[in-house]
Write a protein that binds this ligand. Sequence first.
Ligand code: NAD
Length: 494
Amino acid sequence: MQDWQQRAAELYNGDFRPMFIGGKWCEARSGEVIEARNPASGEILATVPKGGSADIDAAVSAARAAFEGPWSKFTPFERQALLLRIADLFEKNWETLCLSDTLDMGMPIQRTLANSRRVLGMLRFYAGQAVAIHGQTLQNSFPGEIYSSTVREPIGVVGAIIPWNAPIAGSVWKIAPALATGCTVVLKPSEEASLTVLMIARLMQEAGLPDGVLNIVTGLGAEAGAALAEHPGVNKIVFTGSTATGQSIARAATGNLKRVSLELGGKSPVIVCRDADIEKAVPVAAMSVFANSGQICIAGSRLFVAREIHDEFVRRVADFAANLKIGHGIEGDTDIGPIISARQSERIEMFLQAGPSEGAEVITGGEKLTGEGFDGGHFIRPTVFGGVKDDMRIAREEIFGPVISALPFDSIDEVVARANDTPYGLAAGVFTTHLGTAHKMAHRLKAGSVWVNMYHAIDPVVPFGGLKMSGYGKEGGLEHMDAYLDTKAVWINT
Ligand code: NAD
């Protein structure tokens, strides 16, 4: 067993961690800082610069200079080699990256460690795509020898804004395809979790990334984030976060009509049919929400269960929830870590009160943990609500915490209609042993990803992204390359 405590003490000791602009490690022009706290204990891990619009200006200039200068000279094979070197360095430093993430945002270490396939796979998959970018030769209808073709070109300077709930995957998923296509990046991590993103930039610099190709500006959303979203020198914004912030980013982007991709919130349904394999479905349905303390965009927080098996199934999910170990993510056997901040915890507690006040019944959980082991942090007991109605707030609004709303259903047509009756469309899960039901549900559910007899599967080769108010644009797969490429038509009259 790793001595994570010892390694944690060596990693962060309250010192200042600079941000990364134009290949230089620097403080904010204002000199102000933000405290990075461990959400499990409240302890200050480090301070980071509180970047603002002047820092964003400098980062965008550096990204533009790199895009038009040294980076444009890199051949696709050189970009591929660089991405592969970055992947190797990440693999070598994987435990340190994961430890940093666990300390900075609370995700249990066993879960961060398990994400390596997804993150390293992303770097290696897009390394492959760097040498596979191609246009087409098109037969046109003009008489004579006039040739038409398309060329795929990098879109330019990309502004990336990410949330706090998965800093490693969240940043790498945006950076890797951008580098593969030849774009440059200004990334603003969440003010709640910047430290691992800064570590990622150090590794990329060590791997040989030219100055200015990746810039990290730490700071607040309303300041550094807003400045990046509206910056006229940015060609594309890729954003992951809440739907409300996504809307304001889309508005801010209109100034120079920059392209926008949005990965937003959700209220995803998990549907357990009468013929489901209950033994397999219980832990998966439970962890579809409780993983990362419910702080996951795809949380399957509306649990629809066929009425015949509803009470038994929900009781078993509640038993599973009650047996999860809650604690500091750094303890190797922790299943459920802390909530990121007091603000998020208060929001979840508001829903824990709204449920019973609207008539729902707490089957398990329903409270914040206090006392020994929980001091200074925010820990919410995994919660299952029964007696939920579709129009209750707990069944309609994204909670972003470890809270399941269980709802019985009587027929496939009915449950599909109810599952789709939400402004969101990020993900959905179905448990059935009937092939016809699996197909029917997969086609009729309005969600960007539908998992049958599984949940949470995300892979570099498979596109991921939402429908409706869960956003637009895909991450992962070949589709993600399109987010960073323009298509130019070339006509030649010989
Ligand atoms: P958030 O929207 O508050 O913040 C996300 C990022 O946007 C942060 O970096 C923040 O500083 C920045 N920001 C805030 N206001 C801004 C503004 N006005 N202009 C520009 N940037 C601004 O979200 P959060 O609380 O950090 O994360 C939780 C949300 O993210 C949830 O809604 C969750 O569903 C969503 N999320 C979605 C996905 C997905 O892939 N669809 C993945 C993870 C999280």
